[in-house]
Write a protein that binds this ligand. Sequence first.
Ligand code: FRU
Length: 479
Amino acid sequence: MDLLEKARRYEEENRISVKERPVFHVTPTVGWMNDPNGFSVYQGKVHLFYQYYPYDTKWGPMHWGHQVTGDMVHWQECKAALAPDKEYDKDGCFSGSAIETAKGHVLLYTGVAIDKGQERQNQCIAIGDGSEYRKTADNPVVTGEMLPEGFSRRDFRDPKIWKDGDCYYLVAGSRDEHGNGQVVLFSSMDLYNWKYEGVLAHSGGEIGSMWECPDFFSLDGTDVLICSPQDMKAKGFEFHNGNNAVYFLGSYDKERKIFTKGKPVSLDYGLDFYAPQTTCLPDGRRVLIAWMQSWDNPFIPEGQKWKGMMTLPRELAVKNGRLIQTPVRELERYWKNKVSYRNEQIEGERQFEGISGRIVDFTVEILSGSFQEFSVDVAANQEYFTRFTIFKDKGIIEADRTYSGVARDIACIRRARIASSGERLKLRFVMDRNSVELFVNDGEMALSAAIDTPLEAQEIRLACDGSAVVNMEKYDIGL
Ligand code: FRU
């Protein structure tokens, strides 16, 4: 049996019930998932592929899993799209992207082949109709040999494609002759013949090592480069040790193909967020989705048959020199059972009738107050909680999942500087059984965390060491 058929049969026979998984976040139907891939619109539907190993809850030879949505919330499971079944990708179909063309839905991915201990990463295409994809006879279409002398042939992956006028472009992660991360640019008129155009952006030896999963687009008059640098060192409150996901705002000179970039900024200040990818919806919205996990926290509760999930798709905007992220507005269509409170005083700890749940959209807005610390516990009961704390005078927000039921994780706390100062503070929590995503001040910052908390922990508790006045609004999300 061929490898794709085998994977499809396996997922068909072992599909995990939706009751055991998050409701509106993409998870694998069985097995392991990492990076989002091929996030794109094809024939009016939004397609999402992902790094996928159906046979275990650990990373293995990479396949591409596949799901489709008509509204960004309700995802339909499709059959696995790619398996590592060719000589040039026998050790994995690594991350990549997709685009709608007159030829069909084109997937562009990294084919990994290890021969005599030497790993090669080359870029390959597969063309399909939205459900079946065929790898072309011309693969690989971009090889490491097309890069300048000295650039790594091994670390050359994760192509992101777009079209400008008649020309296709791709950016891919790469390493220069000194081992520094960078993003390289290629162009093509026909998808098969590609030309090396140069280095679009470079780490300067300062921003981690290999730059994985680049994405490049223009938004609100600004050019934006996203990438996921490996092995960064913690810096102030901005970055954590290890693999981070960052963005640079800047300006792109199309003629000279040079991107002048500003400083790197974290895309998310929580504990689980990596390898984001964006697409542009038919109505013009630029939407981002990321893997809501980290390579350093791959542990799962015993008995769970899937591992890895995506964040909620987030609408992007550039405002006041920052990338703003807000949950896709379609989520509001699924709001049920509104509960709201106005001008409530929080002194010490308080809970409110109807403010609880694990599949919810909950906003608390601090209107005024005199306090040092204000915290929100979610997914809480006697034993468990995941806590988000505002340290007002320090201007810091902290995410703490020490007591969320994590199986193994030494570091469970992350702190970040609150982007804007001001009295009012709005915290919107979107929760879906196994995760919490917090959006601060209408998307100025996002903090995401996977939580393995038993579902009986349903409470939401507010606490303040002084006194604060808040408004609250909570909806269940019902699909
Ligand atoms: C990022 C990454 C990519 C690679 C893929 C392999 O998380 O390491 O660079 O293509 O995962 O699964």
